[in-house]
Write a protein of this length. Structure first.
Length: 294
């Protein structure tokens, strides 16, 4: 029979005489006459009993709270509590302003990149279209310049009784050019030399003014050794247009002209005066013969 650590007075009285001697008086009750039981002192057994009762009550209280918690959350795995705590700690560290700032910066960067890409594409298209328009304008400007020059030169051909083919020769030799008037911003026809420099008037009226196209025609007319093929001699001035079949320096009819075509005469002129042969061929609209190199 196991002995109880503490007894009330009634329990002690009910013991046999042999067992009563194992207990000593302890307040209103009795306690087992030993120093320790399983390492616990029995000096204040009533206090130990009270503490045990309090611990039991606390345990029951905790169990009731746990049951109430489980009834609210359902079958909750308590092993997940550390993970849940870690997630809560991360959420506590989450800064919405910082996240918003990063998203804003990312959005602005992507928007800027898309805008720059679209801008470069449109700029390239605009540049291409602009180049096309500039090319068209340039081409039409050159056509207009040519038409204005030819119109003015053909009028002078009638005035100086010159063959119209001289207009092509002047243009091909780049004897004329255009400059922009600084005051009126208008294009003006000017006569230039072989290096492209502007030639000035020789009339004496205004030495700083450019040579006029009329002065150029007059100069060419006064140089029959170079330009005589393009101008009709004075003795035939009233016989109609002469042109490519005019007599120049005793040459007679132009052997390159279709109406007076003569290979033998061409060869004679070419051997005697290659430069004159070139002028005659140009006047007849034929390929200009090449002067053989020595």
């Amino acid at each position: 029979m196991a002995l109880k650590a503490s007894l009330t007075a009634e329990e002690h009285q009910a013991l046999g005489d042999s067992l009563k001697g194992e207990y000593v008086q302890d307040g209103d009750g009795f306690k087992l006459d030993v120093e320790t039981v399983n390492g616990l002192s029995l000096v204040n057994a009533s206090a130990l009993s009270t503490a045990a009762s309090s611990a039991t009550a606390e345990k029951e209280k905790i169990e009731r709270k746990l049951k109430g918690f489980q009834s609210k959350v359902g079958d909750f795995d308590l092993d997940l509590l550390p993970q849940a705590r870690e997630a809560l700690e991360k959420m506590a560290e989450w800064d919405p302003d910082e996240k918003l700032k990063k998203h804003k910066e990312s959005f602005e960067a992507s928007t800027r990149q898309a805008f720059e890409t679209e801008y470069r594409q449109k700029a390239k298209v605009f540049e291409t279209e602009s180049e096309k328009k500039d090319a068209i304008i340039g081409s039409r400007t050159e056509q207009l310049k040519r038409a204005l020059f030819e119109s003015s030169a053909l009028q002078l051909c009638a005035q100086f009784n010159a063959d119209p083919s001289i207009v092509n020769v002047m243009r091909d030799r780049r004897m004329v050019d255009w400059e922009e008037d600084q005051e009126s911003m208008e294009l003006r026809l000017v006569v230039v030399d072989d290096s492209g420099q502007k030639r000035y008037s020789v009339s004496g009226k205004d030495p700083m003014s450019g040579m006029s196209l009329e002065e150029l025609f007059k100069e060419c007319q006064q140089a029959p050794d170079k330009w005589g093929i393009f101008f009709k001699p004075p003795d035939k001035a009233g016989s109609g247009a002469g042109g490519s079949s005019a007599i120049v320096g005793g040459v007679g009819d132009n052997p390159w002209d279709d109406k007076t075509f003569n290979l033998t005469k061409q060869g004679e002129i070419f051997r005697k005066d290659p430069a004159l042969a070139k002028r005659l061929a140009a006047a007849a609209g034929k390929p200009i013969p090449e002067i053989p190199s020595a």
